[in-house]
Design a protein around this ligand. Structure first.
Ligand code: MG
Length: 398
């Protein structure tokens, strides 16, 4: 049986089907390929898409869904660093083909009470809770289910130099996640060809009942370099980003080190201030608050309050990020410019970027730290203090 279940035909009793018929559903997210066709010098599953690694999008959507009891991320045999922080319950190593990677994910479930599985390509970051709902509902009445879209373009077949029109009625583009009874997909993949590209094909061969549920344009797969721009556009929130700018100055006083963007740098002076006087992070904190139109750092952490005496400015920066999250935003990139004659910034720049990324939750390639002098002019030129400027871009959380 192959039928297209319309979303509108799924009553609420269907959407809660997994609870009623007592399914235990695991999600296997396949990120096992090297992803080199997509370019970028690293696996496409780890490239940053709108502030998050590609694979994190699917892992988070599946992990957040009430119907999914556990998430298993299947990673490449090499390049496994970077996958640990994506939020999957378990990480297993894949094989040399997609089918072997799926089998590795299924093997991780052996001995568990999992009755059904959703198998998803990490390269399709645009998964929604609605698609997962529809798949689970379909499993109440079928052995397997997959999201699919009808073809809208005309289809042609070239043969012997001549074009012929292929009727498109009854043809679908099938996406992932694909949903199965666990025992069925294990049996089907054990018997399948090694070069299988679609798990549904394996269960079709066993005569299983398959239901197609409405797919989504945003479930598009990232395969080639140009797909990044297309998928970024598909997943970009309709609300535009907001931009904030911050500026701060601290004077030098006696001491033997300065703290800039979270890094202690030996110097023959220190920056004077009520907190740790981290001028770079103060400017960034102000930039984030500015983007939120929530006043400035002094409003939130008044220098008159003794509790901020000597405070680590990481507190200010993480509070600004928390305020952004509370308003439904997240920081998506920042650019900090430190203005001084000394100390030299460049040897510490990468450490500053890494520490700023750590506190803000940004990928390091979305954190910029730059430095300039003022050619000996003004207070910075005379070595009386350090100034910093920062720009922050925040965007609605997807
Ligand atoms: Mg300050």
């Amino acid at each position: 049986m192959i039928g297209l279940v319309k979303a509108c035909a799924l009553g609420t009793q269907h959407l809660a089907a997994y609870a009623i018929i007592n399914m235990s559903i695991a999600a296997i997210i396949v990120a096992g390929g090297s992803g080199q066709r997509a370019g970028g010098g690293q696996p496409k599953q780890l490239r940053t898409l709108l502030g998050r690694p590609v694979a994190a999008w699917s892992v988070e959507t599946l992990a957040r869904h009430n119907g999914i009891s556990q998430t298993i991320l299947v990673v490449p045999e090499t390049h496994s660093a970077g996958f640990e922080t994506l939020g999957a319950d378990r990480i297993v190593t894949g094989g040399e083909t997609r089918t072997r990677s799926v089998l590795a994910g299924l093997a991780a479930l052996s001995g568990s009470d999992v009755s059904h599985v959703l198998i998803h390509d990490a390269a399709r970051p645009g998964l929604t809770a609605g698609v997962i709902d529809a798949l689970i509902a379909a499993l109440a009445e079928a052995d397997a289910a997959a999201p699919a879209l009808p073809l809208v373009d005309a289809l042609k077949r070239r043969s012997d130099g001549r074009l012929a029109t292929v009727p498109r009625e009854g043809l679908y583009r099938v996406q992932t996640p694909q949903a199965f009874r666990r025992e069925l997909i294990e049996r089907a993949l054990d018997a399948a060809r090694a070069d299988l590209v679609d798990d549904i094909e394996a269960v079709e061969a066993l005569g299983a009942s398959v239901v197609l549920v409405p797919g989504a344009a945003r479930l598009a797969k990232i395969t080639y370099p140009e797909d990044f721009a297309y998928v970024t556009q598909l997943l970009s929130p309709a609300t535009p980003p907001r931009i904030g700018k911050g500026f701060d100055v601290h004077a030098f006083g006696p001491g033997n080190q300065v703290r800039l963007c979270g890094i202690a740098i030996p110097h023959d002076k220190a920056l004077a201030g009520h907190s740790d006087a981290d001028v770079g992070w103060h400017a960034l904190t102000d930039a984030i608050l500015g983007a939120l139109a929530l006043g400035d750092i002094g409003d939130h952490f008044p220098p008159s309050d003794p509790k901020w005496k000597g405070a680590d400015s990481a507190l200010f920066l993480s509070e600004a990020c928390r305020l952004a999250a509370a308003q439904g935003y997240c920081l998506t990139s920042c650019d900090i410019t430190l203005i001084c004659e000394a100390p030299k910034i460049k040897p510490h720049r990468e450490a500053m970027r890494a520490r700023t990324a750590e506190i803000t939750g940004l990928a390091q390639d979305h954190v910029s730290v730059k430095a300039t002098t003022t050619e000996g002019l003004g207070f910075a030129g005379r070595g009386e203090g350090i100034a910093a400027e920062a720009v922050a871009v925040i965007a609605p959380r997807a």
